[in-house]
Structure formats: structure tokens, C-alpha cells
Design a protein around this ligand. Structure first.
Ligand code: FPP
Length: 247
């Protein structure tokens, strides 16, 4: 904790929570036990981020590709998600956390979607931190969805082609209003983006740890933030420009 500079925290942390299955396998448990343990890690990390003063935490909880997993695993994940929302929504309000979600939410089972909408509504006045869940999410789907939105507004005469710039385009994404991630963490060692926030991570710092998601905890999070703080973010400029030594 002493190593963390409170003045230079990432505003938005995004996490690819990978490794629940491997964690379970290592312990001779079924995959679902790994996901159950994964939910505990979610709780710990949400609390830690709120305490630290992180403004946005985006968690990749379920991808568009994940629907192709065995039926019982998909059902278990949906059940865990619903249980999490029902159990945690009061605590979110107490901790001033606003819930938000990105993805093809209409693909979720109706009861899960309704519970999600309810929790989003219940926490809409909270402004301490945004907990943004990526559910049935895919970066390519998000970009296509944005293009469809633009074309539809074009047909209605609401937007002209020359008005579409980077900022305007971003407003058609599911992450509208949310700043791009400063730090993207991926657990369990793989160097892949897996269709996560493709547009938004253009200048995001990446951090990959071997730790499997169920073992990821507050200490691991602080390690990732300390690593982030040791980087120089140049956004395409030179180091000299950034330090004001050169025009
Ligand atoms: C990746 O592990 C994890 C997932 C596909 C699901 C993540 C879900 C949770 C942590 C629980 C539900 C979430 C919330 C917000 C309550 P994997 O199964 O791909 O692991 P493997 O690569 O080792 O098989």
C-alpha cells in the first residue's frame, strides 16, 4: 500500500477474469466450483477498488463467445450472476457504487436481465464508483452495434457523415460516458485481448499476471497498480515532449 501513489491512480481499471476453470482443475474440483470462487474474488476486488478511490471498474464476466460453453456451465454462470446482483445490490448502494452493464444484454435469460435492470435502477443515484459488468459482451459486436446506430441516425437525418469523428463515434458505443480504461489486467497468464473493449483500449496499459482469477486479491491488485504507476504513458508523444523539454 505504501508503494501506491494516491495521486496517480488509474481512473478506470478493466479486468479479464480468466482462469476459473484451471483453478478448479488444479484442485480436482469441477469448473463451476472455480466460478463460485471467482465470485468471491469479484467481491474482494470491487471492495478494494472502491476503497482505493478507483472511479470505474469494468469486469469481463461473460463474452458473446461464452454462450457456446456447455449448457450447465452457462446456466451456472447465469445463476451466479443473478445471485451476486441480488446479494450485493444493497451493499452497492451503501458503498455508493453505481452498477452499469455493457454487452448484448437482451441475450441474457429474462430473469437475469430483469434483475440486472433492477439493480442498475436501484443504484443510479450512486456516484462513488461505477461497477461496469461486461455481459454477453464482444468488442466487435459493440463496434457493429455503434455503426448500426450511426446509420439509423443518418437515415433519420440526425447525423451527417462529416460530423462523425472519434469523440462522436465513442458516443455510439455501449461504454458511452465512461472514460477509456487506463489499466487492463488479465489474470492467468495469457497475452490475449479476447475481443474485450477493442476500441477503448487504444492507449491502455496492459498488465498480465500468472495468478488465476480465484486467487486474485487486494494485494495482487495493488501490485498491478504499482506496476502501472511505474510506466510512462506517452500517447504517441516522445518522452521529452511529455516532460516539457521539447516542443
Ligand atoms: C474465465 O475463466 C471466467 C469466466 C468465463 C467467467 C467469469 C465469471 C465470474 C468470475 C463469476 C461471475 C461474475 C460476476 C460478476 C458475479 P475460465 O472458465 O475461462 O477459466 P479457464 O480458462 O481456466 O478454463
Amino acid at each position: 500500500m505504501e508503494e501506491i501513489d494516491k495521486e496517480n491512480l488509474p481512473r478506470h481499471i478493466a479486468i479479464i477474469m480468466d482462469g476459473n476453470g484451471r483453478w478448479a482443475k488444479k484442485k480436482n474440483l469441477n469448473r463451476i466450483s472455480g466460478h463460485i470462487k471467482g465470485v468471491n474474488a469479484v467481491r474482494e476486488i470491487v471492495t478494494a477498488c472502491r476503497e482505493l478511490g478507483i472511479k470505474v471498474l469494468t469486469l469481463y464476466a461473460f463474452s458473446v463467445e461464452n454462450w457456446r460453453r456447455p449448457k450447465d456451465e452457462v446456466a451456472a454462470l447465469m445463476g451466479l450472476l443473478e445471485e451476486y446482483l441480488l446479494k450485493e445490490r444493497e451493499e452497492m448502494i451503501q458503498n455508493n457504487i453505481r452498477l452499469s452493464a455493457i454487452g448484448r444484454l437482451e441475450d441474457l435469460p429474462l430473469d437475469v436481465w430483469n434483475t440486472l435492470k433492477e439493480a442498475i435502477k436501484m443504484t443510479e443515484q450512486c456516484n462513488g464508483m461505477i461497477l461496469n459488468l461486461a455481459l454477453s459482451y464482444g468488442g466487435r459486436s459493440e463496434i457493429l452495434h455503434a455503426i448500426q446506430g450511426i446509420l439509423s441516425d443518418f437515415q433519420k437525418g440526425k447525423v451527417k457523415p462529416e460530423e462523425i469523428n472519434l469523440q462522436r463515434f465513442s458516443q455510439y458505443l455501449w461504454t458511452r460516458g465512461i472514460p477509456d480504461p487506463d489499466l487492463l489486467i488479465r489474470t492467468s497468464g495469457e497475452f490475449r485481448i479476447s475481443n474485450f473493449l477493442l476500441w477503448q483500449i487504444a492507449y491502455t496499459e496492459l498488465y498480465v499476471t500468472e495468478t488465476l482469477w480465484p486467487d486474485f486479491n487486494r494485494k495482487e491488485l495493488l501490485k498491478a497498480i504499482a506496476d502501472y504507476q511505474s510506466r510512462e504513458r506517452r500517447f504517441g508523444l516522445t518522452s521529452e515532449q511529455l516532460n516539457g523539454r521539447e516542443e
